[in-house]
Design a protein around this ligand. Sequence first.
Ligand code: TTP
Ligand code: MG
Length: 404
Amino acid sequence: MSESGPSPARVFLHVDMDAFYASIEQRDHPEYRGKPVVVGAPPHQRGVVATASYEARVFGIHSAMPSREAGQRCPHAVFLPPDMPRYEMVSAQIFAIFDRYTPFVEGLSIDEAFLDVTGSRRLYGAGEEIGRRIKADIRSELALTCSVGVAPNKFLAKLGSEYEKPDGLTVLPFDPQAIVAFLRPLPVTRLWGIGKVTRQAFDRAALHTIGDVQDAPLPLLQSVVGPHSAAHLRALAFGEDPREIELDIREKTISREHTYLHDERSRAVLDRTLFELVEDVARRLRADGRLATGGRLKIRWKDFETFTRQRPFPRPTRIEEDLQTLAQALFRDVALEQPIRLIGFGVTGLTEHDRARQLDLFDLPVETRSKKEKLDQTVDQIRKKHGPAAIRRARLLPPKKKKT
Ligand code: TTP
Ligand code: MG
């Protein structure tokens, strides 16, 4: 059985962006293209390399290496501080591309994900074709490259994406015998969960390749990694991995909308409704704890025709004022050609709090941002205690529409 032969029961993809932070910097600053680029701490300070461009990797520079050492290895490299808000934004765009091809997407980090495309093949072709399309979308829309592995399970898909980096597309065998043969010569370090200590234990037991693990009697494996892990590792050595995609069950958007009893044509009334909807979205976003990367306005006209307009925030945010500003800007651009039935606002591309938090280190002014967040929290607390009407924010009136 191969991907092109009888249709395999399950098909997984693993997609991993190439030199992610460094590639974004080279894309956005043409003068860095073709040059060794190191993203992370500067070479004369304590701190480490987050990632290095492939040109810098030639000098032996890699993630987590002290920047001082990177500076010694390649003094003419371009050193750049991480720009997390920008990388988060690109990450959201990449995940939006994955979402086109399957609802079963498991994000592993800012730049990699597993996709279960088993059910997508009817629409988009075999796994290899889906991998090709995703690469093409990422290249044409975001001007970035990634590496993709196509395989019957998650473990093998990840092996595949690492197999030919950068800009690779690797389809692993789907036939069990061919899988076993493919795995045999690979070093044991390719098995998941093999860290340094385990590796030494493997070395002592003369288990160097995945083939050695396949051939080892179970008691030997148990003596090396313990009874629980032994069965798991042996299964992996034979290319078996029963794990399913773990969905991030939290919604990626928070939105609210309002339908008028009578179609509305007064901009003042519409502004007011929108303001209150955004207030509510902001409150729910704060309770959620994540940051939004974009905002979306929804309008349904009297004749039921519906449209949405969206725009990214300058940086991921959960500050109410940012949401209001964006919502007003989006609505200001809408010409009221007919009365409105429904108006709605939502935030999109919600991203994890922790990861995005680091952005404050590099994206000043932190002071102002945290003051605004504190103000938002105080409003929430007062409302919780005394009810929603206890405090009203002064409405920031949208600027007058430019005469055209
Ligand atoms: P990786 O996918 O591990 O690395 P990469 O995308 O830079 O390079 P490639 O996949 O082509 O080998 O990590 C993704 C990003 O995560 C990376 O660009 C920077 C960040 N990162 C760190 O900040 N610290 C780290 O130790 C690692 C490994 C990554
Ligand atoms: Mg990567």
